[in-house]
Structures are given as C-alpha cells and as structure tokens.
Design a protein around this ligand. Sequence first.
Ligand code: NYM
Ligand code: MG
Length: 224
Amino acid sequence: TSPRPRQSVDGVMASKRGALIVLEGVDRAGKTTQCKKLVQALQQSGRPAEMMRFPDRSTTIGQLISAYLEKKSDLEDHTVHLLFSANRWELVPVMKKKLEQGITLVVDRYAFSGVAFTSAKPGFCLDWCKRPDVGLPKPDLVMFLQLNPAEAALRGQFGNERYETSAFQKSVQEKFEQLMKDPSVNWKVIDASQNVEGVHADIRTHSLNAINETQNMPLGELWK
Ligand code: NYM
Ligand code: MG
C-alpha cells in the first residue's frame, strides 16, 4: 500500500511540506560545495530551502564529537557512535518544524555516514550501527556522490582529522555500498567526477523531482 496524502483533520489538504534531501559520500567528493549550490538554486527558484550538516558541531554534544574528530579527546567507539546519533536526534524537533513549514532541508551527511564510518571499525556490524538511528525522519532522497579513490587523491591531501586515511575511506566506501542495497531508501548515485556544474545539474534534477513527488506525502521513519 502506498502512503496516503497528508490531510488536515477537516479533510482539506494540508499545506505542502518541504523535502528532506541528504548528500552522502566519502571525503572530498564535493558534498559541502554541492549542498550550498543546491540551497542557492532552490532559493533562487522561489523554493524555501536551508542547509544543515551532521555532525552539527555547535551543540554541546557536537562539541564532544568535534574534539574527538580533532583528536583532542579519546572516546570509546560505541560511545562516539551513540553521540553522533544523539546529535541527529537532538535536531529532530527543529527539522520536523522546518519541513512542516514547507522548508526543504539539504543535509550534508546523515545516519548513513554514521553507520558507514562506525561499521568500518573492527567489531561493529551494520545492524548494531543502524539501531540508534531507527525512526529518524526518513530522507525523501539520498544522493551518493560517487568518486573513485584515484580521483579523490587528485583533489589533494587528506586532512588531519580522525578517519582521514585512504585505507579507512576504502572500507567506508564498501559500507556505503552495502547500505545502498536497501530499497527502502531512495538512493541516487551521482557521478562526482564531473565538473562542479555537471554534478550540480544532476543533483538539482533529482531534488526537484523529490520535492514535487513528496510535498503531499507524510514524512517517513528511517529503517522502520
Ligand atoms: N562522521 C559523520 C561519523 O563518523 N559519523 C557520523 O554520524 C557522521 C555524521 O565525521 N569524517 C564522520 C565523517 C567525517 C567526520 O565530517 C566529519 P565533516 O563533514 O568533515 O564535518
Ligand atoms: Mg566535508
């Protein structure tokens, strides 16, 4: 059965909600650049849109995560996984409110990064990693910016944060590939080796489709 259109109590169609759009991919695939360009393009065409990113380093939990990534602190692996998830949950009320107001959210990383990065560590299975994020607002569209390691290497050196090594990133890429097999998530693979404008054009097309297709549909729950 397909989801029923959103309706208010008196049977009149509720006002259109915004779409939840996520960009995922390995480091240096161009996610942040493309999120900004997409928000700009949507706004210029008269569609309310805002960017978010995870981890959101501005909250108290986000500051713990940031110190960990910058190697200023050590955290036990399960603990940091749960903090990344908690950092998403603490933003859920804000996200839901904005979507209800008709604002499309363009999100730089989400639960998929959470699962891919932790499950790339020894001793973690995909299923355990997904659990804390079950029930989060489900993205209407997840675009995976696909870039092979050789192309990524041409874009410069890795930074100094945790996880920024080619061996770890390769393992993260494999975990993303496993996650992309899940048909309950609306995945689109984008060829990130194109120039910035080419990538943007693909992303814009998929996003406009998602916005139009989901504006009268209820927001779903992830992995549920
Ligand atoms: N990361 C990001 C995780 O390990 N788990 C998560 O849940 C999320 C959202 O944080 N290497 C990792 C991926 C990145 C790092 O990302 C910070 P950014 O986009 O460089 O701030
Ligand atoms: Mg980045």
